[in-house]
Design a binder for this molecule. Structure first.
Ligand code: PLP
Length: 415
């Protein structure tokens, strides 16, 4: 069913051939897709895997004894092993399928483990968090739980010394992104988890911008929870993963109730299924998970270290070329060693939406706005920014197109 991937070494031009959408023209120009931090494009292998499920063995999982159901169950459950290997988890029971990072974090915040938090307990986050890793924690404030924030330095790195001060014996959980979706900053997640553990707090990592782009090892980082989205790593939308250490997942109560997450149901009571199904109520995104498995195969065939290397080269090139543009303000670290393939900027006083519209005329897809990080945007003293983000299929020539279009925009706006 799965076509053998032909890739041997990293070759963006070769990779591009697998992405039908990249052949599109937008406003008469060849599409330059620089919005992978929002969602990545999908290779035909992933598209075909979803199509094969629907056209060859579409059936609900777990509950059927018939052939199609068995095939669907096998394909769906088989993806857990791939996720386990991707992030170096210990056992399949630690891998919960979700709709994305947001749902993964909400499972943790909504579970009884955290419902047991008491008035006076503290949560430590950072000002660079995506709303997904911010709003679910803010919702706990009404129960008297205090939420504290680590600030950033002028270069967009975290003030690491503040973790030592803000994390105390009152801290129950520290929730931090591995890499910022706005600044690109790659955080020292391992060190943050260590400080959390020294204070008997748990560490949750938002790896939405990490797992697609670099090797991630939950054992090495020793995090308690890790959340990421399938659609940002070549997989279908509506897929994601919550990794949790088994003993914690065992302790936690489910947050969604219904079919499949139960062991026994009586009119008086019900008992919960074993891990990981305890957290997976109802018919899941079967096609999506199967597609995610193929996306993982694709990424691993290239190699996550190679992907990181490619993106490091792209970001180094983007930082070098964009900073020459008159009137540009680039946010985040200028050192590619600690920056993922994300570059947010503003051009003089041009509104990011206007700038993104001009870029769209040139066939260039970027994102403008607060990027679901309003507190960070405010902290930067801006109301919005324009963001270009890169992935395996992007090239230096596309960054040249971006620079040319930005120069054109300067003329259009007279800045
Ligand atoms: C750092 C970060 N966390 C969380 C999310 C939320 O991901 P999803 O919308 O797939 O749940 C995103 C998406 O942009 C992100 O960049």
């Amino acid at each position: 069913m799965l076509e053998k991937l032909k890739l041997k070494t990293f070759d963006a031009e070769e990779i591009r051939k697998d992405f039908p959408i990249l052949e599109r023209r937008v406003n008469g120009k060849q599409l330059v897709y620089l919005d992978s931090a929002a969602t990545s494009q999908k290779p035909r292998q992933v598209i075909e895997a979803e199509k094969a499920y629907y056209s060859e063995y579409n059936a609900n999982i777990h509950r059927g004894v018939h052939k199609l159901s068995q095939e669907a169950t096998e394909a769906y459950e088989g993806v857990r092993e791939k996720v386990l290997r991707l992030i170096n988890a210990r056992e399949k029971e630690e891998i919960i399928y979700t709709r994305g990072t947001t749902e993964a974090i909400n499972i943790v915040t909504g579970s009884v483990l955290l419902n047991s938090l008491q008035k006076g307990d503290e949560i430590v986050l950072t000002v660079m968090e995506h709303h997904s890793n911010l709003v679910p924690w803010l919702a706990m404030k009404k129960r008297g739980i205090d939420v504290k924030f680590v600030d950033i330095n002028d270069d967009g790195t975290l003030k690491m010394e503040q973790f030592e001060v803000l994390i105390t014996k009152k801290t129950r959980i520290v929730a931090v992104s591995c890499a910022s979706n706005l600044l690109g900053t790659i955080n020292d997640a391992r060190k943050i988890a260590k400080i959390a553990h020294e204070n008997d707090a748990l560490a949750l990592l938002d790896a939405a911008q990490a797992v697609p782009h670099m090797p991630v090892d939950v054992k090495a980082m020793d995090c308690d929870f890790l959340a990421f989205s399938g659609h940002k790593m070549l997989g279908p939308t509506g897929t994601g993963i919550l990794y949790g250490k088994r003993y914690l997942l065992e302790e936690m109560e489910p947050v969604q109730f219904g079919g499949d997450m139960i062991k026994e149901v009586h009119l008086t009571h019900a008992t919960w299924n074993d891990l990981p199904w305890k957290f997976e109520a109802g018919t899941p995104n079967i096609a999506g998970v199967i597609g995610l498995g193929v996306a993982i195969d694709y990424l691993q065939k290239i190699g996550l270290s190679n992907i990181r290397m490619h993106e490091k080269q792209l970001i180094a090139y983007a930082l070098k070329t964009l900073k020459e543009i008159k009137g540009i303000r680039i946010f985040g670290p200028m050192d590619p060693e600690i920056r993922g393939g994300v570059i947010s900027f503003n051009l003089a006083d041009v509104h990011p939406h206007d700038l993104a519209t001009v870029l769209d005329y040139e066939g260039i897809a970027v994102r403008s706005g607060h990027h679901c990080a309003m507190p960070l945007t405010e902290r930067l003293g801006e109301t919005a920014t324009t963001r270009a983000s890169f992935y395996i299929y992007n090239t230096e020539e596309e960054i040249d197109r971006l620079v040319e279009a930005l120069e054109k925009a300067r003329k259009v706006f007279g800045v």
